[in-house]
Design a protein around this ligand. Structure first.
Ligand code: PGA
Length: 263
């Protein structure tokens, strides 16, 4: 696991965007797994800038989003459909037919979830999955207690998550209680994982996920079992990490090595 502790939110976003850009440039038909929430906003802004100013090309990229609220119309201002189009898709040259977001309005939810998994497989699997983390350590909407082998399914949101998401809705009562989310097992099959965390509110979840035991009570801790994970945080989100100095040292050594090797 690589832990990159950056100075602040902007540097975290820039670092994450560079990782994604490198992936897309090295494989133009990359299958990207995408996340929503406030954390990846800066990353998406930077990707849009790179598309416009540095010709970062998404024309052959395919995307699968992690999750969507259940029974929230895609046109709702707080749906993850709306979020993705407003914050990323409208600013880059993805083909509409290459975009997949769970359908929160699906009549047959189970059938839809099975089909979503099948579509990911048909696309060749996720090359890189971008992740945020909840204050309870969730990835996607895999709340505490989610099986670490879980697949895409309907999930009940934890009280804390509903409270956290209430800031986006006028009234707490309007916050959906259910969501369709990729499972931990689905996420773990991506070839690379990039987890972003920003702010003091995430420090405890980050510490438990990276340095705590692997447990279904903190689903992000499953990432410890994945062979290719990069965690990008700002200083606040990293503030509770016991081995913080070591992670900084590793990155400094990597920079020196890369400079020497001319990479
Ligand atoms: P946030 O949400 O980026 O809005 O903090 C992250 C999450 O709940 O996964």
């Amino acid at each position: 696991m690589r832990v990159i502790i950056t100075k602040d939110y902007n540097q975290m976003s820039r670092t994450a965007a560079l990782i994604i850009a490198k992936q897309v440039r090295s494989k133009p038909s990359t299958v990207l797994g995408l996340a929503t929430g406030s954390t990846p906003l800066g990353t998406y802004k930077e990707l849009v800038r790179m598309h416009k100013k540095e010709r970062l090309d998404f024309s052959n990229v395919r995307t699968f989003n992690l999750d969507e609220y259940f029974r929230l119309d895609p046109s709702h201002p707080q749906s993850y459909h709306t979020f993705m189009f407003e914050n990323l898709f409208n600013g880059i040259n993805l083909k509409p037919e290459n975009i997949s977001i769970p359908d929160g309005m699906a009549e047959n939810v189970e059938g839809f979830c099975t089909e979503y998994e099948r579509r990911i497989k048909l696309a060749g699997g996720l090359d890189l999955q971008l992740l945020g983390i909840g204050r309870d350590g969730h990835v996607g909407f895999n709340e505490p207690g989610s099986s670490l082998g879980s697949r895409t399914r309907l999930k009940t949101l934890a009280e804390e998550t509903v409270r956290d998401n209430a800031r986006f809705f006028g009234d707490k009562k309007e916050v959906p209680r259910l969501a369709i989310t990729m499972g931990v097992g689905t996420i773990m099959e991506a070839r690379k994982l990039v987890l972003l965390a920003s702010g003091q509110g995430k420090a405890n979840a980050v510490m438990k996920s990276i340095e705590g035991p692997v447990t279904a009570q903190v689903t992000a801790s499953a990432l410890q079992l994945h062979p290719s994970v990069t965690v990008v945080t700002d200083q606040k989100a990293a503030s509770m990490l016991r081995h913080r100095r070591y992670y900084l040292y590793v990155e400094k050594m990597a920079e020196e090595y890369e400079a020497e090797a001319g990479i």
